[in-house]
Design a protein around this ligand. Structure first.
Ligand SMILES: C[S@@+](CC[C@H](N)C(=O)[O-])C[C@H]1O[C@@H](n2cnc3c(N)ncnc32)[C@H](O)[C@@H]1O
Length: 389
């Protein structure tokens, strides 16, 4: 029996960048309605060198966060492993897996700097993780050792020239440029500043849960150097499928054998649930959230400012839900609430936060860092201000 969607109310506040669709047609988290295109992109490109039925294929997702990408990669019914260094991500991933009832998806907690995080698979999904490591070369060595035929890399790279470095939105974080000598190759790299305090939790605040674990510096390889390295390690064929100069970030597929000419469309054999329209999904989420709030014993704190504050309180009252605390944030309608300000305002509060700001997704960011609330409800504010993000 699949786990009911209501299990998400025990998952705390998610920090994902992409949504997962739930069997009731809603989005998780409800404040993000953008699906992640990369897992299907991976599957389409893996298909170019696939030599056996999908059900016999296996994949590994490194730094899988809350499991959304891993579940996306599971849509052909293959065996898929997601490994993540932060345990709360894996707790969430396991519940999401049980909700969508994907039996061949497996999650574990491990640091990708450990060889134990790797296993032999047909393809490796290496996304959003290589550029968080101090030793990206070692990770690439392991990917090439453990992937039988395919490695998909989505990562930030050392800027290719002064202009790209200057124009990058991460320009202040780049440090020394240097060369790594590796088996006759001269790999170009640049230092990148991760958050300086490497402790995971300090004074009720947590380190950004999407950052590197335990390192205040990571090393970004140049794209051309990654290509040379992959070739040296047995993956001589590659195709760059996306280039975002403002970071610079690229998505590159690496193949051990020559792939067929181009990726073609794919009929998913075990698709994730289809989403409702955004409006219908949020209305359904509002109904579910109100039902949940009506029976909770937890303290409820309403955070925001008028006019949404009054409107959200009214919705709660109409449904017999009492609010324990009102926290009015300074500023004008539409402002982002800085983490420090919100932390002070919520100093003595725990339990459930109901956001009454027009940009709930932005208020979530500081709440995630505070790491002490059971849940943040965003659907009411979204339904009342549907044109804000
Ligand atoms: C930027 S997020 C990317 C998440 C996902 N792979 C994606 O592309 O959307 C980086 C993830 O890698 C995890 N991570 C960072 N350093 C790690 C390490 N050394 N070992 C395991 N996981 C790590 C973080 O906790 C976070 O979940």
């Amino acid at each position: 029996m699949p786990t009911p969607v209501s299990a998400i109310y025990k998952l705390g506040i998610p920090h994902n960048k992409f949504s997962l669709t739930m069997p009731d047609g809603t989005y998780y988290p409800d404040f993000i309605t953008t699906p992640d295109k990369r897992p299907v992109e991976f599957l389409k490109n893996f298909n170019r060198i696939r030599t056996k039925p999908w059900e016999d294929c296996s994949f590994l997702d490194l730094g899988c966060s809350e499991g959304t990408t891993t579940l996306g990669l599971s849509q052909m019914g293959s065996t898929v492993y997601g490994v993540e260094g932060r345990a709360d991500g894996i707790d969430r991933a396991n519940v999401l897996k049980a909700i969508v009832d994907f039996k061949k998806t497996h999650f574990s907690v491990d640091n990708v700097n450990n060889e134990s995080a790797f296993r032999e698979v047909d393809g490796i999904f290496n996304a959003g993780i290589l550029y968080h490591l101090e030793n990206p070369v070692e990770m690439i060595e392991r990917c090439c050792k453990y992937a039988k035929s395919f490695v998909y890399v989505d990562t930030g790279h050392a800027p290719k020239n002064e202009e790209e470095r200057r124009d990058s939105k991460f320009s202040p974080y780049f440090g020394r440029e240097f060369t790594i000598e590796y088996r006759g190759l001269k790999l170009k790299a640049v230092d990148f500043a991760e958050p300086g305090d490497t402790r995971e939790k300090v004074n009720g605040m947590r380190r950004g849960p999407r950052s590197g674990i335990g390192n205040s510096n990571s090393v970004w390889l140049a794209h051309e150097s990654l290509i040379e390295l992959m070739e040296k390690l047995g993956f001589p064929y590659h195709e760059t499928i996306k280039y975002v100069p403002i970071i610079p970030r690229l998505r590159t597929c690496f193949f051990r054998e020559p792939p067929t000419a181009s990726a073609t469309s794919l009929t998913l054999l075990q698709p994730l649930p289809p989403a409702e329209s955004v409006d219908a999904a949020i209305q359904r989420t509002v109904a579910r959230d109100l039902e949940f709030l009506a029976q909770t014993d937890s303290e409820i704190t309403l955070v925001g400012r008028d006019p949404l504050m009054t409107q959200v309180r009214q919705m709660l009252e109409e449904n017999g839900i009492g609010v324990n605390n009102d926290v009015v944030v300074p500023g004008v309608h539409g402002d982002v609430i800085p983490t420090g300000v919100l932390n002070k305002l919520l100093a003595d509060k725990t339990g459930i936060i109901v956001i009454a700001a027009p940009n709930p997704a932005k208020t979530i960011h500081p709440l995630v860092k505070m790491d002490r609330f059971e849940l943040a409800i965003t659907s009411l504010a979204i339904s009342l201000s549907p044109n804000s993000d």
